[in-house]
Design a protein around this ligand. Sequence first.
Ligand code: DQA
Length: 149
Amino acid sequence: MTERTVLLLSGPNLNLLGEREPEVYGRTTLDELVLAARAVAEEHGCGLEHLQSNHEGVLVDAVHAARGQHAAIIVNAGALTHYGWSLHDALAAFDGVIVELHLSNPQRRESWRSTSVIAPVADGVIAGFGADGYPMAVRSALRLLERRS
Ligand code: DQA
């Protein structure tokens, strides 16, 4: 295992951050979120890779490839959060730390967003803090890794 390497996964529509429903998701672009997350990882001597896809199978493949390669996965699965069972199953087969991440707080939005199929396989969830959630998620993943070692 490449110790202390984090994989950040971004699901459908997150490539549009900055333009998409800014009143819900803010004006920070995905590139800016990734830079902020990577800066925190690097402060802690850790690498961070990022992949965004609008396709569930691509994300499933990335989780498979992360096995034995990354110590932690931080995943904002977008709407797949609520129904992406193949992503759930892939994450269940990953034995590193898993942090579920959202910009908004899905629990206070439409009722269909209240179900997360990621939460049952996540070690922790960060939601509702907007762009600040990205550095928080990296710090939290690294803390959980420390606790495991
Ligand atoms: C989201 C919340 C999801 O319900 C939604 O489908 C997204 C973004 C968030 O970051 O707040 O695409 O994951």
